[in-house]
Structure formats: C-alpha cells, structure tokens
Design a protein around this ligand. Structure first.
Ligand code: SER
Length: 596
C-alpha cells in the first residue's frame, strides 16, 4: 500500500463513521506562544478538547503535519523523524472507549482497510495506580474483538498515559497498538514496553477523561474526549514491509535524489546510512517549516533557530557523504515533488522555500570549512588532558563561524569532548544581552525577536487583550498573534464584528494604560502557580514546569516568553488600523504604534 492510500483510507473510514474531515493546521502554532511547533494532532485542537464548540461538530478526523525535535539525536535509526504526519480521529465529548477501540481494530485488521494479520498486533493498556484505576474497560473491549490475552500488556503511567500537555489540563489513560516485526525477542521480558525494535507502536488511542488540577489531583472531566494518533511513517513502514521509514515511498524520491548527489553508497556503513537519513529528514522538515510561510526563516531565535540548526546539520552530514556544495535546494525540490499533491502549499511557496535554503546554505558555506578547521585546531590544542571546550571558544564558533551550540556539542562528542554550556551562555549574554533564557533553552523555545520595535508591540498586544476583555467581556481569548517590526496582528475569540464605538473605546483604553506608564514585571513561576493566579495563556506547554508570567500594573497578567518593555510609557501612541473576521468565531485586529 502506498502512503497516499493510507491517508485516503484513514479519512474515508472515519468519514463513514460520521466524522468531519478537517485540514491539517500549520506546523507553526497559531495561538500558542509557549511552544514552537505543532507536536501532535491534539495541539491545534486543545481549545475544543477543553470544551469550546468546534464548528465541524463532535467527530473529527485529520492528518496533521507535526514536528518534534526532542529526539533529534535518534534521527537516522529506523523509526525517528523530526517531521511526521499523524492520522487522528477525535471525539469531542461524543463516543468513547467502546467505539474508539472497535474502530481502531476494524481499521487495522479488516480486509477492506489495512488487513494487518490479527496475530501481528499487540496491545498495551493502562495498569492503574493511585491516581486512576486499571483500565479494565479497554482491556475487555479488546478481548471482545478476539484479541488473545497474551497479546495484551498492562503498563504504568509512564507508558500508557497521555497529557496533560502542560502540568495541568485534560489527560487520561491510553491504549496503544503495536506491530510485531517478527524479530527475535531481546530477552525473556521483551514486550511492547521495550525499545529493542521488535514491537513498533503504530497507533495510540487516548481517553481524555481526567483533568489534572494544580494540586496534582485527577478529577473526572465533564467532557470525555478521544484523541487518537497513528504515525503515518511508521504504519506505512509496517505495511510496506521495509526496514525503516526511509525505505518507504514517502522518502523514495528524496532518497533517490540524495543518492544521485552523494559519492558514498547508501548502506555502505552504518555511519553513511545514518548521514543519508539525517540529510533526508532535516531537509524534509525544513521544507515543511518554510512551506507554511508563517514568517519563519533561518535565524538565531525561536523557530528560526531550529530551522537553522536543521539546515546546517543537514549540510554537515551531507559533507560526510560527499554531497556537493549548494545541493540543499535540489533535495528540497525532491521533497516538494513528493508532497505537492497532498500539501499544495509546498508547491505554491516553492520559490520561497528554495531561495531560503539557498541563502542559508550560502551563508553557512562561507564559514563552515574554516570553522571546522578552527574546531580541529582547538581540540588539538586542548590535547588529551582537557576534554572540555570552554564557553568562549564555543561562542566564537557560534558567532564567527555560525555553528549552532548543539552542533559544536555534537562535533565535540564525536571527538570525546564536552562543551562548557554555562560558559557559552555567559559569553552569549555578554555579547548579545538579549535574554536571560539560556541559549541551550532556545532549541526548546524561549527567545523571541528582540528588536525595540517588536518588543514594544509585544507589550502593546498584552494591553490590547486586556482592553478587549474589559470592553467586550471574558469571551475574548487570544487565538493567535503575529508581530513584525511594523505592526501587530492579534486574533481573538469573539462572535461578531466590533462596533466603531467599541473599537474607539479599546484604542482609548490602551492609550490610557500607556499614559499611566505602568510597570511591566516578569516573574518566573511553576505553571501551576501561574494558572492559580489567574494569568491568561494556553496552559498546554510540553516544555518544563517553569513559565514566565508578565504583569502590567494590575491591568494584565499573561503567560508569555517575552521580551517586553520596562514601562508602558515607552510605547508611544497605539492605533488600530483594521478589524476583520479571521475565521468562524475569531476576529482579527491589526494595530501599530506611532510616535507620540
Ligand atoms: N496525542 C496522542 C499522541 O500524540 C494521540 O494522538 O500520541
């Protein structure tokens, strides 16, 4: 079966079961300042999982483009990718375990659908603990479909629980479906819990029936949801009976192009195979980031930094297999060819994607060879005694030769060295003075654009949200924001057009807050405390427990990565340029700051 058939089958199956098919959201989250990328199908649906009404109804199905860079070091094995597509079906307070399990089983095993032999499928179910009981319902549903007891494993929360995405919020037990690759067991205890590769997870049905509170309690949710995720790449690997995701049709055109460009043979050695796969994976992900055209280009902050790291890492591994300089755009074209029928935006934005890759490659090519030489000199100088690269040297590689920190860390590790990250951050801060957030944190998220103009507009956005809520009520919640040097764009939930009077009042209020020259205070606190104190924001960050909360006088309190001005008096005059509809139930305001 080809990958396009899997997508089609999945969506038609769930259409038959009364689901509305919704499009993939962007890989760049629209309404969540706390994460850099859409990491799972549930991410763009969080407001609906929390009870907001979805315009398409209570049963949804989709294929979501996702990016997860947490496992970037694993890329190059048989299953890990930084970009992947997740097939999902969703019940927003509609059906629950019985139907979800029945449909998963039918889709996987029925001749009409995937026709996977039943004996190849293994199941895991939540074993129960002090927080929530053993999931006997799921267990019994599986048995009722004829799954043999010996194929069902009860596992702990570590394995069979999903969410909350942050520290509080909707979550619940899950039941996962694995495919037995037929490899030998790695030992007597080998089970789907083990990562030896015998069992590959292909689908996860999450039953969101609890809300984890700030106090760490699991309370039953009034709306019980189903969130399922089937990894397209992994499932197609199984269906095509190939060794790795890179040997499936989703990668075929891309791998072929790399083979033409490289002077080393794929499969020649483990190291070469890994390098091939890293180039393929990283350029594929870069194309999807650029292809959404959300203003992300290679840079030293936020998503741009991740993008830069991916491209530069691809170039470095490309060198290992003899890919000539300037080839990344060609590989990108192969990615676009592969996906343009499914994601037309890639083809529509082709020129932009290719140009950006070309530029970034040129920027890096200018310095990479010199940087690599510099690096070799450095480790020769340090010799066998000191196995640590000091912060100032790592910073020089970053600043002068464009080596992302993680890149230097990898090179160091390959040579048995480590890097003094704290020292690097110190130099970084001294030179840039842009943020207290650690440079190493940037890969996970943190630093925002720090020009004076955008900083002011960030603060203005908080004031705007506060004023809108004051004038229009608590229905107003941020749905997205986008800031350039010139203007801010703010999307928020509200059901109708604003009147002229309302807009004037909002503008007047913001200017009043500016006149009052309110102090802007940033506090770091645990997510739970932020939530309990009433700060606004989407509490579904997957990254760490500490968050930043910005307060402006007693006008506004929001979860935000910053940066912000020190006092509102710095902002100038606030002017709304336009108010319009953005999508169903969401309004959009564009505004600027003018000189006083
Ligand atoms: N959210 C779950 C996952 O990412 C199921 O979709 O696995």
């Amino acid at each position: 079966m080809k990958s396009y058939e899997l997508r089609e089958k999945f969506l038609s199956f769930f259409k038959e079961k009364g689901h509305a098919v919704i499009p993939s959201a962007s890989v760049i989250p629209e309404n969540d300042p706390t994460v850099l990328f859409t990491t799972a199908g549930m991410h763009p649906l969080v407001p609906y999982l929390l009870g907001a009404k979805h315009p398409e109804g209570k049963r949804l199905a989709n294929v979501q483009k996702c990016i997860r860079t947490g496992d970037i070091d694993e890329v190059g094995d048989t299953t890990h990718c930084t970009f992947f597509e997740m097939l999902g079906n969703w019940s927003l307070g509609d059906y629950f375990k019985k139907e979800a399990i029945a449909w998963s089983w039918e889709f996987l095993t029925s001749e009409k659908w995937l026709n996977i032999p039943k004996e190849k499928i293994f199941i895991t179910v939540f074993a129960g603990d002090d927080d929530a009981p053993r999931d006997m319902d799921s267990y019994n549903y599986w048995l009722s479909h004829g799954v043999d007891e010996s194929h069902i494993f009860f596992l702990s929360k570590k394995h069979n629980w999903w969410g909350p995405a942050g520290t509080t919020g909707p979550c619940g037990p899950d039941t996962e479906m694995f495919y037995d690759t037929g490899k030998e067991k790695c030992g007597p205890d080998c089970s789907p819990a083990c990562s030896c590769g015998k069992y590959v997870e292909i689908w996860n049905d999450v039953f969101m029936e609890y809300n984890k509170t700030a106090g760490g309690k699991y309370e039953p949710l009034s709306q019980k949801n189903v969130d399922t995720g089937m990894g397209l790449e992994r499932t197609i690997t199984v269906l095509q009976g190939v060794e790795s995701v890179y040997d499936t049709d989703v990668y075929q055109g891309i791998m072929n192009r790399i083979k033409q460009l490289a002077d080393k043979e794929y499969g020649e050695s483990e190291e070469i195979t890994r390098a091939y796969r890293i180039v393929a994976d990283h350029i594929r992900t870069s194309v999807f980031i650029l292809g959404d055209q959300k203003g992300v280009t290679p840079s030293n902050v936020d998503q741009g930094y991740v993008l830069r790291r991916l491209i530069r890492r691809a170039i470095r591994f490309g060198l290992k297999i003899g890919i000539p300089e300037g080839s990344m755009p060609e590989i990108a074209e192969a990615v676009i060819d592969q996906y343009k029928d499914i994601y037309p935006e890639l083809d529509e934005n082709k020129k932009f994607v290719v140009d950006e890759l070309h530029l970034e490659e040129k920027r890096f090519q200018r310095t990479i060879n010199q940087g690599l030489k510099e690096f070799s000199k450095l480790i020769r100088k340090l010799g066998n005694d000191v196995k640590v690269i000091d912060g100032a040297s790592a910073f020089r590689l970053y600043d002068t030769f464009g080596f992302p920190l993680e890149f230097t860390q990898e090179l160091a590790a390959e040579n048995g060295f480590t890097v003094d990250v704290e020292g690097f951050e110190k130099s970084f801060r001294r030179h840039q003075e842009i943020s207290q957030a650690g440079a190493a944190q940037r890969f996970k998220g943190g630093l925002a654009d720090h020009t004076e103009e955008t900083t002011k507009l960030h603060t203005a956005t908080h004031l705007l949200q506060a004023a809108l809520r004051k004038v229009l009520g608590d229905e107003v919640m941020q749905r997205g924001s986008n800031i350039t040097k010139e203007r801010l764009r703010f999307d928020f939930s509200f059901s109708r057009k604003l009147t002229k009077e309302e807009l004037e009042e909002v503008e007047r209020l913001v200017n009043e807050y500016i006149e009052q020259d309110l102090e802007v205070v940033c506090e770091e606190m645990p997510l739970e405390k932020a939530k309990a104190s009433g700060a606004l924001g989407l509490f579904d960050s997957k990254y760490g427990n500490m968050v930043k909360v910005y307060s402006i006088g007693d006008v506004s309190m929001e979860l935000c990565g910053g940066p912000h001005v020190k006092r509102t008096g710095e902002l100038g005059r606030f002017k709304i340029k336009k108010e319009e509809s953005s999508s169903a139930g969401v309004r959009r305001i564009r505004a600027v700051l003018l000189e006083k």
